[in-house]
Design a protein around this ligand. Structure first.
Ligand code: DX5
Ligand code: ZN
Length: 214
């Protein structure tokens, strides 16, 4: 199990120490939520802060683009140091998906595709061969601290079954409302990567919080 703490719930005034505190846990990834106030009703951070994080850490940078027209900014996030770039199925035209994956792969980075809670998992299946990861949103994207939506568990299960059936090298990531309880359900359903924002960053003992998700 890979744990990807989301910096959206970090103390932004002390971002460097916050990242160091995650390095001291068993988490291998750091999740970076980009919001544009258009695809989602909230704003977060762009590529410059990612660039600073890249200089501060060797954690795997898991960039989640919750933005319209991701093609416009893809290059900038790759240049800023993303290891994986995930864009949303709902934000692109169907015929763009393979091309965006190719751009990411040409940079030697990993490509992910995400679906919102209302989007059926079937839409990603034609792209599994191209994808390194599918991100199943278990809350409406836009805000940390929301409650996990159990309907995502069926999506995780059928996605995992399709990946195993095709013997694809594609990870299943789950994002939103993950805590020590929902982590068990997500894991049992087939998740490989768990994103956790508030559960990890608001914990008094972050090492224990991450360990409880493994
Ligand atoms: C929500 C973001 C999540 C968020 C998760 O739109 O994509 O990554 O940080 O936060 P928690 O774990 O608090 O639900
Ligand atoms: Zn996210």
């Amino acid at each position: 199990m890979i744990i990807s703490p989301s910096v959206l719930s970090a103390d932004f005034l002390h971002l460097h120490q916050e990242v160091k505190s995650i390095e001291a846990t068993q988490a291998q990834w750091l999740h970076y939520d980009v919001m544009d106030g258009h695809f989602v009703p909230n704003l977060s951070f762009g590529m410059d802060i990612l660039k600073s994080l890249r200089q501060a850490t060797s954690l795997f940078l898991d960039v989640h683009l919750m933005i319209s027209e991701p093609a416009r900014y893809l290059q900038a996030f790759l240049d800023a140091g993303a290891d994986l770039v995930t864009f949303h199925y709902e934000a692109v035209a169907e015929d763009e998906i393979a091309h965006l994956c190719d751009i990411i792969h040409q940079h030697g980075k990993k490509a992910g595709l995400s679906i919102k809670p209302a989007t059926p998992v079937e839409v990603v299946l034609p792209y599994l061969e191209k994808l390194d990861l599918v991100l199943v949103m278990s809350v409406e994207p836009g805000f940390g601290g929301q409650r996990f939506m159990p309907l995502s568990l069926d999506k995780i299960r059928s996605l995992k079954a399709a990946i195993q059936q095709g013997a694809y090298h594609c990870l299943v990531e789950v994002d939103g409302g993950i805590n020590d309880q929902t982590a068990i359900e997500a894991k049992e359903s087939g998740a490989d990567v768990l994103v956790a924002g508030s559960y990890v960053f608001h914990a008094s003992d972050r090492q224990a919080a991450v360990a409880s998700l493994l």
